[in-house]
Write a new protein. Structure first.
Length: 273
């Protein structure tokens, strides 16, 4: 997995440990000349996946704005939704082309919430890859209203898909005006499950790769990491053949009775496969 910069950010490690403080985008820079342009991606196909409790029109329509830079029928949204409002879905499908929604399968998944979420993500991934077997890229996204789908966010995503940058990675995630998802972030194989260690996920020494990359202020700089998510990640088809989400904890040094002892971010095992 690769961590990719998105401008500058002064407070990247200050938000809450597991959830962003309001919305964030993938670029925060005071220098207008440093802003990226939105560029088309001809001839390639991307599928954006997500799991929702209920349909979120603003987030779904926001994510679909990325599709305007792909050829027709080369960008799709594949979503799993627990509670589907049928009328709202029909309205959305009139506005968002290539929107595919499947119901939460309702399977009885036991264990900690990350274990259950991992099971759902695996079902969604499997069905999506069967539906779109020739897609070039599969993206995992949060659809809970936290990502600001503006020009800066789209331009940053499109920049990593450019012919210059796309060969640099097999999987890529992003910095942003907030870096909230420290639980899924592992700068190296030795980075612990922060939710099971003293100080939790607010311990700065575990996340030096984030600080270093923010300091670089370079849209075209990529840093290898062991795991990262932060709301949006893209993977090439060829890297996913043996990858599965797993929300169990595999860090033997976690403290008893801690969140980390119950489980780990499901993105970690997926990124380390």
């Amino acid at each position: 997995n690769i961590l990719q910069p998105a401008g500058s950010g002064e407070d990247e490690l200050k938000p809450s440990e597991f959830w962003p403080n309001g919305r964030f985008d993938f670029v925060e820079t005071a220098d207008d000349e440093a802003q990226l342009e939105e560029r088309s991606v001809p001839g390639k196909q991307i599928v954006i996946m997500g799991i929702l409790r209920e349909l979120n029109p603003e987030s779904i329509q926001g994510a679909s704005t990325l599709c305007g830079f792909f050829d027709e029928h080369k960008c799709a949204l594949s979503l799993m939704v627990r509670d589907i409002d049928r009328k709202l879905l029909r309205d959305l499908q009139q506005k968002v082309h290539d929107l595919h929604v499947m119901e939460d399968p309702g399977v009885d998944l036991e264990g900690w919430f990350t274990v259950k979420l991992a099971g759902l993500r695996n079902i969604l991934l499997d069905k999506t890859m069967k539906m779109f077997p020739k897609a070039d890229w599969y993206a995992s996204a949060d659809f809970d209203g936290t990502i600001e789908w503006n020009q800066a966010t789209r331009a940053t995503i499109l920049n990593v898909l450019s012919p210059t940058n796309e060969p640099k990675w097999g999987g890529v995630s992003f910095l942003g005006s907030q870096y909230y998802d420290r639980w899924a972030l592992r700068c190296s194989e030795d980075t612990p499950n922060c939710a099971g260690r003293e100080g939790g996920c607010s311990t700065p020494e575990h996340f030096a790769c984030v600080k270093d990359l923010y300091a670089a202020r370079d849209h075209d700089k990529f840093v290898p990491v062991s795991s990262a998510f932060n709301g949006f990640a893209i993977y090439k088809r060829w890297v996913l053949s043996d990858c599965h989400y797993d929300g169990h904890n595999h860090d033997s040094q976690v403290m008893l009775n801690s969140v980390g002892a119950e489980g780990d971010s499901e993105h970690v095992a997926f990124n380390r496969c």
